[in-house]
Design a protein around this ligand. Sequence first.
Ligand SMILES: [Zn+2]
Length: 227
Amino acid sequence: MLSVEAKERFLQRIKFKGQIRRKKLGHCWDWTGRLSESGYGCFDAGGKGHRAHRISYKLFVGDTHGLQVLHECDNPRCVRPKHLWLGTPADNAHDRDAKGRQVSLAGDLHPSRTNPEILCRGNDHWTRKHPSKTCRGTQHGRAKLNDTSVYLARALNNLGCTYQKLGKAFAVDRSAIASACMRDTWKHVDEPPKNLNIKMWYKKHKNQLTPATRELVESLIKVYVYS
Ligand SMILES: [Zn+2]
């Protein structure tokens, strides 16, 4: 959908630890590029203007099936895939209403009631019906991360190491590390405890990293653990 150049440009405009609108959702990914009058992120690619949150949905989640991409966090500049969901224009109105911003347009005439088949959620969602088709962690053909690198990346991120540096060390792009650290992905990997002895932990697990990764990771450990 996006060229490699456009994808890189897109990812560079994301501030991964953005504002927190709702505690349980965690940080928003705030768009740092141009905003529309109504506050949505704008992104130009292929000679056209796009809404940044729609691009993000397509990039990280998949097809929008012609539906609107709505914000769970109510922050129009947010492009975090976990905060986005697909809905009809009426869902949008209903959502606004539920959040107390506009008059009601809901009830039994709501399209999600009259045409419930257009929305797949919960147990009807295809990822539940076909769990084998969703790839998680190292089952994913392109994954360059593994449980060990994700655990270590989270521990180093807790100490202040940036996604940029972690991405470089683990040879993945910044967004892949950010998603892993924020548990949008790699949810099955435990969270490192605050008082983790990284030095000891690393000694035990470093064999699960490639030599090239080890070298870069060790330089990060020197900076963030010993300083
Ligand atoms: Zn958000």
